[in-house]
Design a protein around this ligand. Structure first.
Ligand SMILES: [Zn+2]
Length: 137
């Protein structure tokens, strides 16, 4: 099984691919004149826009931008949401408070990134979650 760091990197990679399938574009001015700079928190690529001079990273402008919750935890929440688990179960499994889980669920429901993350989670984490379900049954 992948370590949590590998999983975070995988989630970051999928997010990047979903946002910019061809060319990274600046979320501030939409220019594609963008240079890679050193990563943010190891896994999130950071960029410098050569047109407007602002920096951004893979999460800038998404529902994850100001979240303290790891992207891999968002992926777990996305997976549980698509399997119709109640918010209380999502909060418990992701390790966040009920209000945080509720906010995540609301954000995920209206996000086009829901299925990107859900897919990663399904690929990499379905086995441990199935074990969790058996334990709690
Ligand atoms: Zn720009």
């Amino acid at each position: 099984m992948a370590s949590s760091e590998d999983l975070e990197a995988l989630c970051a990679q999928r997010l990047r691919g979903a946002r910019w399938p061809e060319q990274v574009k600046c979320p501030h001015c939409h220019s594609d004149r963008v240079a890679d700079i050193r990563p943010y928190m190891d896994v999130f690529q950071r960029y410098l826009c050569l047109a407007c001079g602002r920096t951004f990273n893979d999460k800038t402008g998404t529902i994850f931008e100001n979240s303290k919750v790891a992207l891999s935890a968002w992926a777990e929440a996305a997976y549980l949401l698509t399997t119709d688990e109640p918010v209380t179960v999502i909060a418990e499994n992701v390790g966040v408070s009920y209000p945080t889980a509720l906010r995540m669920v609301r954000e995920l429901r209206k996000s086009s990134l829901l299925h990107i993350l859900e897919e990663v989670a399904r690929e990499r984490l379905s086995r441990p979650w199935q074990q969790l379900e058996i334990e709690s049954a």
